[in-house]
Design a protein around this ligand. Structure first.
Ligand code: NDP
Length: 332
């Protein structure tokens, strides 16, 4: 059973050397447990935070822990009354070929309802993050302007589409021409800005002639500095992520956002998707309905092979993914 462990805590941008590949015997399920052959591994920017030894909303990985993230796999042996051999399941499992997990930590997936991988993206964790962050905190109204950073990623691409469903004008900020044209031509964004080649503040001003009512922030840093001066009175800012800062070793000194919050009486609130766990059913059902009605689209970037998991994780910080980044390590 190949496994990937945290060998040391990354300083700055993680490297291959921060992880170790180990081999262990395949586990045996006890009462109420199942043995799973893992098929799809989700790699996510938030895992970078768990590699730091700091207090957060989720405990840090310990050194030599197997890395854990969202995983879809197939039951190969069951000592649980709730799961049978062949069932496809989702849970928080290890970066390993086989996992033993308790029935209470798993959910069975029905491939007839949606492609199973959607449960790690658009109707799963990243979709729910977009749904609750935008609708509960952002509260976009018809005709308002919504700006989303990290717009072509898993969360951002969903945020923009939900904002369109709610009748808002949507402007995305992303890191390549290809991503920007995807946002406009495939997802129906009204405008998109390539922050790597364009001067975000200037272009944004043109793209948002009526100012900005909702800023869904996935990246923080200089991009947020460019957005804040354009906020309208009573703007709302769901603070979802700050990927531009995750690999920084020194504090990121930007413009002082507080002045803009005062000037505009804006509302800025951080959140984690876990804050909404009691409403996941509602959010999941709505996202699935929009998906089936063709109102939501999604992309996945899927790398193949167990040995490419770390590279896929590191690619997130290089912006190599369009939509949800996954790794396929075996077949159903
Ligand atoms: P994405 O699919 O958006 O992948 C990350 C993307 O971030 C990359 O594709 C890249 O796109 C962009 N990026 C990387 N480095 C930088 C940088 N220095 N500056 C600007 N953009 C950068 O990942 P997710 O959708 O899973 O996550 C998006 C954000 O949401 C992250 O910050 C994550 O931590 C956060 N998050 C928060 C949750 C919560 O509960 N609060 C839950 C899930 C995610 P590009 O080419 O555009 O640079």
């Amino acid at each position: 059973n190949k496994q990937i462990r945290l060998a040391r805590r990354p300083v700055g941008t993680p490297t291959l050397e921060d992880f170790s590949f180990t081999e262990a015997p395949i586990g045996t399920p006890g009462e109420g447990e199942v043995l799973i052959r893992n098929v799809y591994i989700s790699v996510d920017p938030y895992l970078r935070g768990r590699m730091e030894d700091v207090k957060s909303y989720i405990p840090p990985f310990q050194l030599n822990d197997v890395i854990i993230s969202g995983v879809i796999g197939q039951v190969v042996e069951s000592k649980s009354a709730h799961f049978a051999k062949g069932d496809i399941v989702i849970g928080m499992l290890g970066w390993e070929e086989y996992s033993v997990a308790h029935e209470k930590t798993l959910r069975k997936l029905d491939p007839a309802l949606a492609p199973v991988t959607a449960n790690l993206g658009i109707i799963g964790m990243t979709g729910l993050t977009a749904y609750f962050g935008l609708l509960d905190i952002g509260q976009p109204k018809e005709g308002e302007t919504v700006v989303v950073s990290g717009a072509a990623g898993a969360v951002g691409s969903t945020v923009g589409q939900i904002a369109k469903i709610k009748g808002a004008r949507v402007v995305g900020i992303a890191g390549s021409e290809e991503k920007c044209s995807y946002l406009i031509n495939e997802l129906g964004f009204d405008a998109a800005i390539n922050y790597k080649t364009e001067e975000v503040g200037k272009v944004l001003e043109k793209a948002c002639p009526d100012g900005i009512d909702v800023y869904f922030d996935n990246v923080g840093g200089e991009i947020s500095d460019a957005v804040f001066p354009l906020l309208n009175k009573f703007a709302r800012i769901p603070v979802c992520g700050a990927i531009s800062a995750y690999n920084k070793t020194e504090a990121d000194i930007g413009s002082r956002v507080q002045t803009y919050l005062i000037k505009t009486s804006a509302f800025m609130k951080g959140f984690t998707v876990g804050d909404y766990s009691s409403r996941f059913k509602e959010g999941g059902a709505q996202l699935a309905a929009w998906l089936n009605e063709g109102k939501l689209k999604y992309e996945e970037t899927i790398k193949e092979g167990f040995d490419s998991i770390i590279e896929a994780f590191l690619d997130l910080f290089k912006g190599k993914n369009l939509g949800k980044q996954l790794v396929k390590i075996s077949e159903f």
